[in-house]
Design a protein around this ligand. Structure first.
Ligand SMILES: [Fe+2]
Ligand SMILES: [Fe+2]
Length: 199
């Protein structure tokens, strides 16, 4: 219960070294963050485009696209306020490794479950990182900003999991989720701690 509350089920908490260096490199963190929001919006759009027959998913995901895009806009505002420019997207090692966990093939609903669960992992980890930023960052405005995003991404994480459970048997989803959590922790453990990445 306690673990669920603090890490959304994640097996490995964020390395404290990252928390220490993130604020000192807030420009890079914000730029990387902006693209995370863009990718979140794009990923929800892809789900809608690729699985248009899944009525409930389309209904749930449509407002999430707008929400993620508004997060993108809000990160841009924070960059602008600090006199920083967006710049080009950087390679997202975390997400590309997560994508490799996806099991291809099977029924349409199974494929959808795989994608929903991987999205849920990204939401859970982002939420955990926003919480760390909220707790440890000195900048009062960003402190508040990260708190709001933390709450929003936690809602998305729940949406993805709930949707997965409506398309595949609950037990199967839970089992796969546990496997993915373990794999995500392994990826995190082996990922270089970088001051210029959100993950
Ligand atoms: Fe977001
Ligand atoms: Fe999100």
């Amino acid at each position: 219960m306690e673990k669920e509350k603090f890490t959304l089920g994640l097996e490995l908490p964020t390395d404290p070294r990252w928390i220490n260096i993130a604020e000192k490199n807030i420009k890079d963190i914000l730029v990387d963050h902006a693209y995370c929001e863009q990718k979140a919006a794009s990923s929800c759009m892809s789900l809608i485009i690729n699985f248009p027959e899944m009525d409930e998913m389309v209904k749930v995901m449509t407002p999430v696209v707008a929400e993620e895009w508004s997060h993108f806009e809000r990160v841009l505002e924070q960059l602008e306020k600090r006199g920083y420019k967006l710049g080009f997207q950087r390679k997202d090692e975390y997400v590309s490794q997560l994508m490799k966990l996806e099991i291809k093939g099977g029924s349409r609903k199974f494929q959808l479950m795989e994608k929903l669960l991987i999205n849920a992992l990204i939401e859970a980890r982002s939420c955990e990182r926003f919480k760390q930023l909220h707790l440890h960052i000195q900048d009062e405005e960003l402190k508040k900003f990260y708190y709001e995003l933390m709450v929003s991404e936690a809602g998305h994480y729940k949406n993805f999991l709930k949707l997965a459970e409506s398309y595949q048997p609950k037990e199967e989803v839970r089992k796969r989720w546990a496997e993915l959590l373990e794999a995500e922790a392994e990826i995190m453990k082996n990922l270089e701690v970088r001051e210029d990445r959100l993950h």
